[in-house]
Write a protein that binds this ligand. Structure first.
Ligand SMILES: Cc1cc2nc3c(=O)[nH]c(=O)nc-3n(C[C@H](O)[C@H](O)[C@H](O)COP(=O)(O)O)c2cc1C
Length: 311
């Protein structure tokens, strides 16, 4: 069976499948449950300085198996409540990545320090949520600001810092390059794609917030294109996210340049049990394709020709 273990930013993951932020991972117990089900790593819900209730309902619209439109508004218990959740999650035995969101470099640095102090193995900076005013992609769409935020956080913490990049921009790779210049240890891409749904009977947007973020299989080609472009521009590892439902979807990301992947909507649809099938499925697929290690498949689609006859 192909070796699924992954080294990334000085950390070792038993397999490349991580739980994505915001889906399933708010409490320590739920994060630990994902690890027990087979996730190679887990990312927490994005945590801010103070508790936030999030936006009023409706906050999520489900489309028939092709994704979700959500505008949750970053509901979270605030960083003060979080150390005990991290402690519970860490006992499950896989790397725990603490996601934080802030309004500027200073707030990110303070939160990063507090999250790092909980004992997380790495930080992920949410520079990409498309629907929370003053946060996410509003602070993560300007390369200079992204570099400033990364510099502020990496100067304060010793753990590796992952920058989560938005696809809602003309040049996601430029944001990744800026994050690398600021000291990021890895790039994760993508967050949700800005979207809108209208209820024609009520004559208003379906979500209370109006616009939201689209996730699930519908955004996979967008995520793949971002990972592809980022891989060509940075030397640090890339973590692919967006619409991964099967091992083959994950392998597309890996061949586009991702060293690891995150899974969100598939977990919302089918529960954390997805992690128990994705690993063995990927191992079998790699065997069929002649790869003895998942690491050997990273970025191979950039090499132009495989030596195989054209389809
Ligand atoms: C309901 C919901 C909540 C989310 N909350 C967060 C969050 O708190 N922080 C974050 O960085 N991303 C958040 N995301 C984005 C996911 O982590 C992921 O980037 C996105 O959903 C694409 O992956 P997927 O297609 O596998 O779901 C959220 C997504 C959904 C659907």
């Amino acid at each position: 069976m192909a070796d699924l273990s992954v080294q990334l930013a000085g950390l070792r993951f038993a397999n490349p499948f991580w739980l994505a932020s915001g889906i399933w991972g708010e409490s320590g117990d739920s994060l630990a449950g994902a690890v027990r089900a087979g996730a190679g790593g887990v990312v927490t819900k994005s945590i801010g300085a103070a508790p936030r209730p999030g936006f009023p309902n409706p906050t999520v619209e489900e489309y028939d198996r092709w994704g979700f439109l959500n505008a949750m508004g970053l509901p979270n218990p605030g960083i003060a409540e979080y150390p005990r959740e991290i402690e519970i999650a860490r006992r499950a035995g896989a790397p725990v990545i603490g996601s934080v969101f802030g309004g500027d470099a200073e707030e990110f640095a303070q939160l990063g320090e507090r999250m790092a102090a909980t004992g997380v193995d790495a930080l992920e900076l949410n520079l990409s949520c498309p629907h929370a005013e003053g946060f996410g992609s509003e602070v993560g769409s300007d390369p200079e600001n992204v570099e400033r935020i990364l510099r502020a956080v990496t100067s304060k913490v010793r753990v590796p810092v992952v920058a989560k990049i938005t696809p809602n921009t003309a040049d996601a790779a430029a944001l990744a390059v800026a994050a690398e210049r600021g000291g990021a240890a890895a790039i994760s891409a993508i967050n949700t794609v800005r979207g809108l749904a209208i209820d024609v009977h009520l004559r208003r947007p379906v979500l209370a917030h109006g616009t939201g973020g689209l996730s699930g299989p519908a955004i996979r080609p967008v995520g793949l294109a971002c990972v592809w472009q980022i891989y060509e521009k940075v030397r640090i590892p890339v973590v692919g996210i967006g619409g991964i439902m099967t091992a083959q979807d994950a392998l597309e990301y890996i061949m586009a340049g991702a060293r690891a992947v995150q899974v969100g909507t598939a977990v919302a649809f089918d529960g954390v049990g997805v992690f128990s099938r994705l690993g063995p499925e990927l191992s079998q697929l790699l065997d069929e394709l002649g790869f003895s290690r998942v690491a050997d498949a990273v970025g191979v689609a950039h090499q132009g020709t495989t030596g195989l006859p054209p389809p």
